[in-house]
Write a protein that binds this ligand. Structure first.
Ligand code: ATP
Length: 288
C-alpha cells in the first residue's frame, strides 16, 4: 500500500483588512499571507476499501467527518471519481483555533497527499479549486510562499516572499470565533459603510525590495485591537515580543496568536524565553 507524507504549513497575516461587505453577506478582505516553517505533518496510508479515517496526536482535534483533512480527502474522491480510501494521521504542531490556518494547512496537505497516492491526476490549480470549496485559506495553504488574497480571501494574486528573518509565534489562550470577531468589527466600523481600507502599497514596495524593517513596520491587522482587548494573554505576548527585541509584533488572523519579526535568531531565542515565562509555548520559525 502506498504512503504519502506531506507537511502542512501555518500562515501569518502581514496585512489583514476588511474592504466592505459583499452582496452574498461575506466580508471582502485584503489579506497578505506568508507561510512559515511551523507545520503539521500529515501521513496518508492508502486503503483499497475506500474508507477514510483520521487520527491525531492531539486530543482536542476532531477525529471524525468534521476534520478538514477528512473532508478534503472525501471531496478529492468525489471530484476525481477515484475511490481509494486513506488512513490519515495528523502530527499537530500548529496551535488550534489560533489564526494560523492549522486546519486549512492539514486540508491542503491532505489534498496534495491524495493527489500523490493517485499518481497526480490533478494540477495545483485544480487542487486549489477543490480546497476553495472547503475554506478560503486552503488554496493559499496549497500554494504557500506569500500571496495577496482579496474578495472572500480565496482569490490569490502574486506577492513577493518575505526575506530571511526569524519569526516567533505564540498563542494567547482560547480563540475568538471568526464570526464573533467579524461581529466585533461590524460594531466598531458600523458595518463598513464609510470605512477606508488601509493602504498596502508601502508593504508591497518593502517586500519587493526585501526590506525586512519596512515590511515589519507596515504590517496591519484590523482584528488586532478589538481581539487583544478581550484576550489579555495575547496582549501580554505582544508586549513580551516587543520587550524582547522584535522589530514588530502583530496578531495573526482573528487571533489569538501573535507573531514577532526578528532580524537575528539570537534575539528571537531570548524573546522566546520571555514568552515562556508567561506560561505559553513559543514557536521559533522562518518564512518559507
Ligand atoms: P483560520 O486561521 O483558518 O481561521 P484557525 O487557525 O483559527 O483557522 P484551526 O486550527 O483551523 O483554526 O481550527 C478551527 C477549528 O476547526 C477547530 O476548533 C477544530 O474544531 C476544527 N478543525 C477541523 N479540522 C481540524 C484540523 N485538522 N486541525 C485543527 N482544527 C480542525
Amino acid at each position: 500500500m502506498k504512503t504519502a507524507i506531506i507537511k502542512g504549513y501555518a500562515k501569518i497575516n502581514l496585512h489583514l483588512d476588511v474592504t466592505g461587505i459583499m452582496e452574498n453577506g461575506f466580508h471582502a478582505v485584503n489579506n497578505i499571507m506568508q507561510s512559515v516553517s511551523l507545520c503539521d505533518t500529515v501521513t496518508l496510508k492508502e486503503r483499497l476499501d475506500g474508507v477514510i479515517t483520521v487520527d491525531c496526536n492531539i486530543d482536542k482535534v476532531p477525529k471524525n467527518e468534521s476534520n478538514l483533512a477528512y473532508r478534503a480527502a472525501r471531496l478529492f474522491c468525489e471530484r476525481t471519481g477515484v475511490c481509494i480510501g486513506a488512513d490519515i494521521y495528523i502530527e499537530k504542531h500548529i496551535p488550534m483555533a489560533a489564526g494560523l490556518a492549522g486546519g486549512s494547512a492539514d486540508a491542503a496537505a491532505t489534498l496534495k497527499g491524495m493527489n500523490e497516492l493517485c499518481a497526480y491526476p490533478l494540477s495545483e490549480d485544480e487542487l486549489c479549486a477543490i480546497g476553495g470549496e472547503l475554506g478560503s485559506d486552503i488554496p493559499f495553504c496549497i500554494v504557500g510562499g506569500a500571496a495577496f488574497a482579496d474578495e472572500k480571501g480565496d482569490v490569490l494574486h502574486p506577492f513577493p516572499k518575505m526575506p530571511d528573518c526569524t519569526i516567533v509565534i505564540a498563542c494567547g489562550g482560547e480563540g475568538v470565533s471568526t464570526p464573533l470577531a467579524y461581529r466585533m468589527l461590524d460594531d466598531k466600523y458600523d458595518r463598513f459603510c464609510s470605512y477606508t481600507p488601509a493602504d498596502t502599497l508601502a508593504l508591497r514596495k518593502a517586500a519587493e525590495c526585501g526590506d525586512i524593517a519596512n515590511i515589519a513596520k507596515n504590517t496591519f491587522n484590523i482584528f488586532e485591537q478589538p481581539v487583544l482587548s478581550v484576550r489579555p494573554v495575547a496582549a501580554a505576548i505582544k508586549q513580551a515580543m516587543i520587550n524582547g527585541g522584535a522589530i514588530r509584533a502583530m496578531m495573526s488572523g482573528s487571533g489569538p496568536s501573535v507573531f514577532g519579526i526578528f532580524i537575528d535568531e539570537h534575539t528571537a531565542v531570548e524573546a522566546a524565553r520571555l514568552i515562556s515565562a508567561l506560561g505559553v509555548t513559543p514557536h521559533i520559525c522562518k518564512p518559507n
